[in-house]
Design a protein around this ligand. Structure first.
Ligand SMILES: [Zn+2]
Length: 335
């Protein structure tokens, strides 16, 4: 969805026979890096191409790649989002690339969230990039190229994906999901122009109730004492005797909640820069106006960044400590 310039560039590489050995897709979570990498893999492997550089979506390779189960495709990543990618993953990658292609004429490997790779893994990948067999193709995704070894970035074709404008994403969502434009624009605003997040929100049957609940939580936390904030975290993060599945569900719930919190702080930023008509949470306009008068733009921006960092670290850090430090860092404002 969106990113036409990137789609055109990749299509041109296929059409002109100039496909590179390694690509790096960067951008914030939910912007579409993995989707684009897998679409590129389909365009490379499709057995029934409607035109060069395109794919049919119906043939066996197209369908299997979409499910990440194609024999000539390896998809590798750290065990959990926010986890650590170790050198073992790169050894798996080297093995995958060394195999003879089975159904097509090349092996493709996708390394997701490569910013989670530790130093050993990054160094091992660097060696792979220098020595990998001729026709194999490596597709990496990462949050920003700045978190990777510069020598890795320079060996890849870099495609920086940015969030779409609210209008562009709203129109796409309206068309693709066949929904009302008002809802499509609301999804585009809350997701800050990130298609993957908009789609995830759309598939939540309790979206509206969840959004309101998280918004009310944040607004009341701002007026609460430190002791009340600790109590809130205790109640939200019940970890005692929890199973792995329950902890994964908790992480998912928190990630969604933090999207709503980010959208509130973004509204505060918009309001304080005189763009109040653009806010996502229009039903909270009075509270947003009050907040914008009490909290400066830099503070609101810091909260957005902090929520991004906390979302990314939920996978491997102590969840309770992480959420406590987030909630304690909220400014004190009575709404
Ligand atoms: Zn196909």
């Amino acid at each position: 969805m969106g990113h036409e310039w990137a789609v055109n560039l990749l299509g041109e590489h296929i059409r002109s026979g100039g496909v590179r050995h390694a690509y790096l897709f960067t951008g914030p979570a939910g912007v579409g890096k993995r989707t684009l990498a897998l679409s590129f893999a389909r365009a490379l492997s499709c057995q029934n191409k409607p035109s060069p550089g395109d794919y049919c979506g119906q043939c066996r390779p197209c369908q299997m790649i979409a499910r990440q189960q194609f024999s000539d495709l390896a998809v590798l990543q750290a065990e959990t989002v926010g986890g650590e990618m170790k050198v073992d993953t790169i050894r798996e990658l080297q093995h995958a690339l060394s195999l003879t292609p089975y159904e097509t004429d090349r092996r493709i490997a996708v390394l997701l969230r490569f910013h989670e790779a530790n130093e050993n893994a990054q160094n091992a990948l660097l060696k792979t990039l220098e020595e990998a067999p001729g026709k194999s193709i490596l597709l990496l995704t990462a949050d920003t190229p700045e978190n990777l070894l510069p020598t890795i970035v320079s060996r890849c074709e870099l495609l920086r994906l940015r969030p779409l404008s609210v209008d562009a994403l709203g129109r796409q969502l309206q068309k693709n999901l066949d929904i009302h434009l008002t809802r499509a624009l609301a999804l585009a605003r809350i997701s800050s122009g990130r298609p993957g997040i908009a789609l995830r929100l759309h598939s939540d049957p309790d979206l509206e109730a969840n959004r309101k609940q998280w918004m009310d939580h944040l607004l009341s936390l701002l007026g609460e004492s430190m002791a009340q904030r600790f109590d809130y975290v205790e109640k939200q993060v019940k970890l005692k005797n929890s199973s792995k599945e329950e902890r994964d569900q908790l992480r998912m719930r928190l990630r969604e909640g933090f999207i709503f919190w980010q959208s509130l702080w973004r509204d505060v930023l918009l309001q304080s820069s005189g763009m109040g008509e653009e806010i996502a949470n229009v039903d909270y306009r009075p509270q947003i106006e009050k907040l914008a008068a009490a909290v400066n733009a830099a503070e609101a921006g810091e909260q957005i960044t902090r929520l991004e960092v906390v979302s990314n670290r939920l996978g491997n850090a102590n969840i309770q400590l992480l959420i406590e430090s987030l909630v304690m860092s909220l400014p004190a404002v009575s709404i």
